[in-house]
Write a protein that binds this ligand. Structure first.
Ligand code: KG4
Ligand code: ZN
Length: 361
């Protein structure tokens, strides 16, 4: 294996078909095909639509990545693919294709954890992540705080959402305000003209009595309900909805909780590095508040394109795994829709998983 291996990364856990090539820490190509426009008709991600879209987009996206990188398939040293967590049918498209390629090319394959990949992508931008680090991952499917001692081996969950993910809350509130799916960017834009202090929306799980059990967990469903109630009262009073103000006040509540808990995790663990990832990391207010409140920390946020789901994150983790000499997955890695965050690499069915392991198909 060369010192700076050429790694193919494949991501199909949700609605983005992402295929990328990374050599060492250099991103050579990052091709993404999204089914978000098809999903918008339904106001959310329909798993069956996502799986079919991955199948349809896969070959062309792979061709695009290979051409953009100026390499051939035979140049690839290792294949990395998201094995979980995610939508099982969608994951299976990527995993099956990756296993086919790895067998045909006779190269090692790494089935990797999507969340660890969201963290690892930052090494392509800011260089290797100082470890230990705290990671705040916020997207449509996950909201987690992690302690990362080694992104290839040792990731510990510190907290997660008890109900809606942060991006899901953005999407649901956007829908209530009549804004298109996915709602995050629309709320972000609308909020720019609103007053974040105009409405006092609740900050979930931040009261002193939540401290013992849910110090680093999140909850956004109460916030969503508060928005519903506020809009209902407004409608009953026959008054128009000030969309920018509601968007700004809602966004402020989400951002306040995310930043407070991320800072708390860093302080609790005595860690100076905070890596932020996931689609919500594109939020302009989150970036501004982190700038202001976390200036004592080394805050690493990849550019928005690398925060949302993509193949580069998977290739970035794959290249770190190869560089650190981690053993690849055994054949038959499968898709693990509820892959636990502390399992960075899928073992593979011949790799000694206990019989009947939950979530392995
Ligand atoms: O990471 P991602 O592309 O996919 C997964 O869900 O895994 O994240 C998509 C989520 C959506 O919920 C979307 O509304 C949210 O990220 N999002 C944003 C922004 N851009 C995308 N949320 C808030 N502000 C944004 N600017
Ligand atoms: Zn994601």
């Amino acid at each position: 294996m060369p010192e700076t291996p050429l790694v193919l990364g494949i991501e199909t856990s949700c609605d983005e078909t992402g295929i990328a090539l990374v050599r060492g820490r250099t991103l050579l190509a990052d091709a993404v095909a999204s089914s978000v426009d098809e999903q918008a008709r339904f106001g959310g991600v329909v798993p069956e639509v996502a799986s079919r879209a991955h199948l349809e987009a896969f070959d062309a996206t792979l061709d695009r990545a290979i051409t953009e990188a100026g390499v051939s398939l035979v140049d690839i040293d290792a294949v990395a693919v998201t094995s979980g967590p995610g939508l099982v049918g969608a994951l299976l498209v990527g995993v099956s294709a990756a296993e086919g390629l790895a067998i045909a090319l006779d190269r090692p394959i790494y089935g990797v954890n999507h969340l660890a990949a969201h963290v690892a992508v930052d090494r392509l931008v800011h260089g290797d992540i100082p470890e230990p680090a705290i990671a705040l991952l916020v997207s449509g499917g996950h909201s987690s705080l992690l302690r990362v001692d080694d992104v290839t081996l040792d990731v510990t969950p510190l907290g997660s959402t008890l109900d809606d993910a942060a991006g899901e809350a953005f999407d649901k509130v956007a829908r209530l305000l009549g804004l298109p799916f996915p709602g995050g960017p629309h709320i972000d834009r609308a909020a720019a003209d609103g007053d974040p202090d105009s409405i006092a929306f609740p900050r979930g799980l931040t009261s002193p009595r939540d401290d013992a059990e849910h110090r680093l967990d999140f909850s956004f469903s109460g916030l969503k309900t508060a928005v519903v109630r506020w809009l209902k009262a407004r409608a009953e009073a026959g008054e128009p909805v000030p969309v920018p103000d509601v968007a700004a006040a809602f966004q402020e509540a989400v951002v306040d909780v995310l930043v407070s808990k991320a800072l708390r995790a860093c302080a609790d663990e005595g860690i100076q590095t905070l890596v932020v990832g996931g689609g919500v990391a594109a939020n302009s207010r989150l970036r501004a508040v982190l700038d202001a409140r976390a200036e004592h920390l080394d805050v690493r946020i990849p550019p928005p394109r690398l925060c949302t789901d993509n193949g580069a994150m998977v290739a970035a983790l794959g290249s770190a795994l190869v560089e650190r000499g981690r053993a690849p997955s055994a054949p038959g890695i499968g898709a693990d829709s509820s892959m636990p965050v502390d399992r960075v690499i899928a073992t593979g069915v011949h790799g000694g998983l206990p019989p009947g392991s939950a979530g392995i198909v």
